[in-house]
Design a protein around this ligand. Structure first.
Ligand SMILES: CC(C)(COP(=O)(O)OP(=O)(O)OC[C@H]1O[C@@H](n2cnc3c(N)ncnc32)[C@H](O)[C@@H]1OP(=O)(O)O)[C@@H](O)C(=O)NCCC(=O)NCCS
Length: 289
């Protein structure tokens, strides 16, 4: 078949008909070019310009005269595959998705929000209002909150985002959390740094460890991966900002494996007696080389 014979047919739809998208069991020639190809297949070189065969061929010849370049395509499947390839990745909506969460640095404007979240702790382990004021005022860049904001209908009044979970931290020069690092310096309103017995009390601007004093999630939102999402975001931001050598914290036994899953190492029993003691030291080192 010469190139010329292809050019005598147009690729335009015939009589305005477009190719069928799901012509099950039907194989209709739709464009001029399709006709030329289909007839070329049937009649080989014995095709006249008007599309009629020059001579009849017997059935045996038809089967033998298959063009080497001809590749049979099973059109039954054609409509199915693009559908599967175009499907978005499977994502099952989680309880966390329903919160439309976002993570943001906390400031002293969030003290009331933090007090509400802190109620997740037993009373003796809670951070006081004054400590929140001190920590959020002294080092807000180390304190993150995960907030939720409902999707509003047009015209609905704006609402304040709800703090769902928080990470509250200060800097310390010690390689693990100590009681002094957790304390509130008596003179915090007037002094930038308080040192007692050679160790800073509370936040130490020059400390290379970030000490997390509180990870808490509102009771009604626990079990929705809020803490793990917040901690992952926190670790990533601190690591990327390269502002500390390590993150340190103390935890009770039931949460050790949770922190280990985030990359923390168990360093054994803590000397910290805060809230009655019984803590384990956990450390996440950034510069391990
Ligand atoms: C601990 C706390 C922060 C977890 O918050 P959360 O948003 O419910 O936690 P997540 O849904 O992200 O859970 C992450 C993992 O934490 C672990 N975990 C959470 N709560 C736990 C509990 N009470 N006991 C044991 N493991 C627990 C699980 O391993 C869980 O993983 P899984 O869901 O795959 O089983 C929350 O329960 C809380 O505020 N508790 C009171 C304050 C507190 O104890 N803070 C920790 C200080 S060290």
């Amino acid at each position: 078949m010469s190139d010329q014979s292809h050019h005598q047919y147009s690729d335009d739809p015939i009589n305005g008909f477009k190719p069928l998208s799901n012509g099950d069991g039907f194989s209709l020639p739709i464009t001029g070019n399709d006709i030329s190809r289909s007839q070329e297949r049937v009649y080989g070189d014995s095709l006249m310009a008007n599309g009629l065969a020059l001579e009849e061929t017997d059935e045996e010849d038809e089967e033998e005269e298959v063009d080497d370049d001809y590749v049979a395509v099973d059109h039954d499947d054609v409509n199915e595959y693009p559908y599967w390839f175009r499907r978005p990745p499977v994502h099952h909506r989680s309880k966390l998705d329903d919160l439309h969460p976002f993570v943001q640095v906390l400031t002293q404007a969030n003290v009331d929000d933090c007090i509400a979240v802190e109620e997740a702790f037993p009373e003796q382990e809670r951070c006081s209002r004054e400590k929140f004021n001190y920590r959020l005022g002294r080092c807000p860049e180390l304190c993150f909150g995960l907030f939720t904001l409902p999707i509003l209908e047009p015209g609905q009044p704006k609402v304040r985002p709800t703090l769902v979970g928080h990470v509250i931290a200060t800097r310390t020069s010690t390689p693990h959390v100590t009681d002094k690092a957790m304390e509130l310096p008596a003179d915090w309103k007037t002094e930038r740094l308080t040192v007692v017995d050679g160790e800073a009390v509370g936040h130490d601007d020059d400390g290379s460890s970030i000490a997390i004093h509180s990870l808490a999630v509102l009771r009604e939102h626990q079990g929705k991966q809020v803490a793990s999402t917040l901690m992952k975001a926190y670790i990533q931001r601190i690591q990327e900002a390269a502002i500390a050598d390590r993150i340190v914290l103390i935890a009770h036994d039931h949460l050790i494996s949770f922190y280990e899953s985030l990359g923390f190492e168990n360093r054994g029993r803590s000397k910290c007696q805060f809230g009655g003691g019984g803590w384990t030291d956990l450390v996440l080192e950034f510069n391990t080389e």
